[in-house]
Design a protein around this ligand. Structure first.
Ligand SMILES: [Zn+2]
Length: 1015
């Protein structure tokens, strides 16, 4: 179809209130510009309608910029990072900014392995906060930290050695290798974080293995010790009798074939006659509690029997005894014993709590039945649990809670000591003859019901392949009891985001036991304690200061290098003291960072403004830092705590190498081996992903999610490119005032002021997902689909200095100034890249430009225009639908080939639209319905028949307006492709509309050359 010829012969009908005016830019014309300059925004692929004469195409205002359509992040981002490094942008801003210090204290990741998406999420969020504060003029420094000590690194070193090397390894040599490993890992993690564009003092990080750090940690330990919060006590640990050492969980293996000797035993209840339960009282003489254990050798250390209040217990007769067994297990126990148990009644767990029983081994010892916990089930055994606090973790917790003795009469070699039964069992191996002796003993005392072999998972020493035991040993503890209330008070004074964090950590501290801070390992900070001949610890202010000083000078290696006398202050030398060999729990290392970092660095404050880590740190770093700080400083080390969730795959599953769903942040940024399946998205796309997720809970990531975010990124980039490419000839100093602007532009600046306020609020509340969503909505709905769509005609077709063009450029200028800075914390590379392509810039980096400042005039309310614009925008949606119908019927190509009729019944809607329907000669050349709608004519009427009579008509779905579309009258302008009656009437420019002819006259093109000469 040739639209030009089909248009001929159409004339405008003489309907009321016909808007007759000059031509408009043809959408088709814009599309040609689009394809020529690579701007894809708002483009619709349409068939080219007629050949370009070529003469006028150079008279339109072409967009131009060096800000590339493609980010080419692999090349550009490192260039921009080098620019920041060379010009010391971060260093200058963080030290010379005019406002106060903003103190975000970095939690130290463990220096073990490559960074994962959780690390990336964490550091990028911190970078959002700091870059925003830098833009606001504050001194925001990030001193990055690493947690360097501890078992995982020690194990990695040990595993890398041959068994002979391992055997001959001295503590100092092991520590040297562990340090090398940690430092190497740190360098690799550091490079990864830098590639993500995270600004930090990378050359001066804090490492928990630094001598100054270790000294600061000793100070915290010392102060807590002197305050009386640190004591020596017993706690069960995995113990290997074969290698005579404590083992960590990671050093255990669980072979399938282990067989234990399990026993069912009955302990006689002593004071059931005093029970308030009638049934219990009635059978007081014969009552026994039935227990089951797979470690009979722990019976000497029995100190309680635990019941679960949620379980129903049966009283069952067995050969003159009345046994108490969980009701659900009566039958199973009967089968084991090959006896019939006759149930004579039921009681609840609470009815049994408080009764006492006779100790199964030790004469004259009276023990208690008490309430245990959820760990007591009816899956096996009897539903009542033999509790030996010196030999089991749950038993220990119950024991600590109930004040039971942590009894563990077993030595380093796994032999009974002489601490019970007057040494009758001393020297017997608990895993061998000692176990048998105890079984014999309880059998003689008529406590044993049954003994049988039992196959189950049991921990073995990974090195000796021999079974281990659980055994309480002397350990160092931090007692929370002394400052628990103070710690809870401090929790209340901190701002927790999300709020649920407060309850979480509060409850953890309410329920927490004393903190075991000692480890029998080599790769750590030593507990600076000495022991006298009786094994009693010797520690005081003088010793602590001396050790701290030595560590500060030489590092904690000195503890292994010097003899006790050389470590001690002079007055203790020659007194026979020996040094302890325990090291500190690594949580004490990182939990001392407030003292080693925030208190020592002038760039930080104590308390810090904010800690930001994963929500698992309520149990970890947030808590250890809080406890050490409250114990020694009487206050929390932070004012605010922000937490984020875990990173899961796009189906919400945990990432794991074996499943193959791991997203590697560096591969995402730099691309994988196959760039087709693993393209290089760049750091800014990863960062945009961080901003797009609600990090207060667990967040998802995967190839599809990243593709979607990448599309959003392209949308933002293209929008900004459109803007910057159309202000290349704009001089902001000569711009017009706000009052002079057309209504559309004032409206747009009001929208900009609103979005700017929103974005600032989002930063202030660290709600980046709100920022992301607001930005995407603004870029798509307000800019791409609306304002910038309408702007093309104003920018390209108008005379360079025309009011309608310069006013539009003023809006673009403000959009650019505000959006570039507002996105800079999230997309720093993109913002910087854009900033260096802004020709009027005054600062070399966008981060030196300061925070956004919308002008107050923009926010002046104009509810009438806003309401009218809202009405118009709903009508516009309906008009576009009707234009689509005409387009689908192949009656028009672009909207410019159309005449639109609007029949409006509602008076208020009519009034609103009438605002943008000036009478002839009163137009400001911007605020007109036909310009707004990108069509050739608009006919606004109250008469229903007008729109109904059109070739295409549509009852508005968004508005109550009836829309009609006809083919426009007149001929098509060769320059702007609009349809106009003027085309063909001018002698000088027969191919142009009246508006284009005026532009040509203004720039001195008096006539179109005859075609032969033009060739
Ligand atoms: Zn024209």
């Amino acid at each position: 179809m040739d639209p030009m010829s089909s248009c001929l012969g159409f004339t405008s009908a003489g309907v009321p209130r016909v808007l007759r005016r000059g031509p408009l830019v043809n959408r088709q014309c814009s599309n040609r510009l689009i394809s020529r300059h690579g701007i894809v925004m708002g483009a619709r692929k349409e068939k080219k309608e007629d050949p370009d004469s070529g003469f006028y195409k150079n008279t339109v205002n072409l967009p131009s910029t060096n800000f590339n359509q493609r980010a080419n992040a692999v090349k550009t981002e490192p260039e921009i990072q080098k620019f920041w490094a060379d010009s010391k942008t971060y260093e200058k801003l963080s030290s010379e900014n005019p406002k106060e210090v903003y103190s975000l204290h970095d939690g130290p990741p463990y220096a073990n392995g490559d960074i994962h998406m959780g690390h990336a999420l964490n550091k990028v969020l911190k970078d959002f906060l700091n870059r925003y504060q830098l833009l606001r003029g504050k001194k925001a420094t990030l001193i990055p930290g690493w947690d360097c000590h501890g078992l995982p690194i020690e194990l990695k070193v040990l595993q890398s050695l041959k068994s002979k090397e391992r055997k001959d390894l001295t503590p100092s040599a092991l520590r040297k290798k562990a340090k090398e490993f940690a430092l190497k890992t740190i360098e690799s993690q550091k490079a990864s974080f830098q590639r993500l564009g995270v600004w930090a003092s990378w050359d001066t990080p804090y490492l928990t293995l630094n001598p100054e750090y270790e000294a600061a940690q000793i100070e915290v330990f010392g102060k807590m010790f002197l305050e009386g919060y640190i004591y020596r006590g017993k706690k069960p640990v995995h113990w290997s009798p074969s290698s005579r050492t404590a083992l960590a969980e990671a050093e255990l293996e669980y072979p399938d074939e282990h067989i234990s000797r399990s026993v069912y035993a009955a302990f006689s209840v002593m004071d059931a006659d005093k029970s308030e339960n009638e049934l219990v009282k009635k059978h007081s003489d014969a009552l026994s509690v039935a227990v089951w254990t797979t470690t009979p050798w722990t019976l000497p250390a029995n100190r309680a029997v635990a019941v679960n209040p949620a379980i129903v217990y049966a009283l069952a007769e067995l050969e003159g005894r009345v046994l108490i067994v969980a009701k659900d297990l009566v039958e199973a126990v009967g089968q084991k014993l090959e006896k019939h148990l006759v149930v004579i009644g039921e009681v609840k767990g609470n009815d049994l709590a408080g009764l006492h029983y006779e100790h199964p081994i030790q004469d004259g010892l009276k023990c208690k039945i008490l309430v245990g916990g959820d760990y007591i089930t009816t899956e096996s055994g009897t539903g009542l649990v033999h509790t030996a606090p010196g030999h089991g973790q749950e038993d220990y917790i119950v024991g600590m809670r109930e004040g039971l003795e942590i009894f563990s009469p077993v030595d380093n070699a796994g032999r009974f000591t002489d601490e019970f039964c007057e040494g009758e069992f001393a020297g017997l191996s608990v895993l061998d003859d000692g176990n048998q002796a105890i079984i014999d003993h309880v059998s003689k005392r008529d406590v044993l019901l049954l003994e049988e072999k039992y196959n189950h998972k049991y921990p073995y020493d990974w090195r000796t392949k021999k079974p281990t035991i659980f055994r309480a040993t002397e350990q160092w503890f931090a007692s929370v009891e002394g400052f628990r209330d103070q710690a809870l008070e401090a929790v209340r004074g901190v701002q927790w985001t999300p709020e649920a964090g407060e309850r979480r950590i509060f409850n953890m501290i309410v329920g927490r036991n004393d903190w075991c801070i000692s480890r029998q390992r080599t790769w750590g900070v030593p507990i600076p304690v000495f022991y006298d001949g009786d094994g009693e610890p010797v520690l005081n202010q003088g010793i602590i200061s001396r050790v701290a000083e030595l560590f500060r000078e030489k590092g904690s290696d000195i503890w292994w290098e010097l003899e006790a006398d050389d470590l001690l202050p002079e007055e203790y030398r020659g007194t026979g003291l020996r040094k302890g060999m325990d090291t500190m729990d690594v949580w004490f290392d990182s939990g001392s960072s407030w003292n080693a970092v925030t208190k020592q660095s002038p760039e930080m404050t104590f308390p810090a403004d904010v800690y930001l880590e994963g929500s698992d740190q309520h149990r970890g770093w947030f808590q250890s830092s809080l406890l050490t700080s409250v114990a020694t400083q009487g206050q929390a080390p932070y004012k605010k705590v922000l937490t984020h969730g875990f990173v899961l795959d796009q189906n919400g599953l945990k990432m794991s190498k074996s499943v193959g769903n791991v997203v590697d942040p560096l591969k995402l940024v730099n691309g994988g081996n196959n760039q087709k399946t693993e393209p290089a998205y760049g750091a800014d796309v990863l960062r945009l992903w961080v901003s797009s997720v609600d990090y207060s809970g667990d967040v998802l990531v995967g190839p599809e999610i990243i593709r979607t975010v990448s599309d959003s990124y392209r949308k933002i980039r293209n929008t900004l490119r459109y803007i910057v490419s159309n202000v290349n000839d704009y001089d902001p100093s000569t711009g017009m005032s706000f009052d002079e602007l057309p209504a559309l532009d004032k409206y747009m600046l009001r929208r900009l002021a609103a979005i700017a306020e929103d974005m600032e609020a989002a930063y202030e509340t660290s709600s980046f997902v709100r920022l992301y969503q607001g930005l995407m909505r603004f870029a798509t709905v307000d800019l791409s689909n609306f304002y910038l769509d309408i702007a093309k005609d104003r920018l390209y077709i108008s005379g360079t200095d025309d009011y309608r063009r310069r006013s539009c450029q003023k809006v673009l200028y403000h959009l650019l100034e505000i959006l570039t800075r507002a996105i800079a914390p999230i997309l720093p590379h993109t913002a910087e890249d854009l900033w260096r392509n802004v020709h009027w810039k005054t600062t070399s980096s966008v981060f030196e430009a300061g925070w956004i400042k919308p002008e107050s005039s923009w926010s002046l309310e104009d509810p009438e225009t806003d309401a009218a614009m809202d009405v118009f925008r709903t009508v516009r949606t309906d008009v576009n639908k009707c234009l689509d119908a005409a387009r689908n019927a192949k009656r028009i190509g672009s909207g410019l080939a159309a005449k639109v009729s609007l029949s409006v019944a509602d008076d208020s809607v009519f009034e609103a639209l009438q605002k943008f329907n000036p009478s002839s000669g009163e137009s400001n050349t911007v605020d007109e319905l036909s310009y707004y709608l990108l069509v050739s004519e608009v006919n606004l009427s109250k008469d229903k028949a007008v729109a109904e009579g059109a070739e295409f008509s549509l009852a508005g779905e968004e508005s109550d307006v009836l829309v009609g579309v006809d083919v426009a009258s007149g001929n098509k302008c060769d320059r702007c492709w609009v349809y106009s009656e003027h085309v063909g009437k001018s002698e000088n420019h027969p191919l142009l509309c009246d508006r284009c002819e005026e532009v040509m006259t203004n720039i001195g093109v008096t006539s179109q050359p005859v075609p032969e000469l033009a060739q």
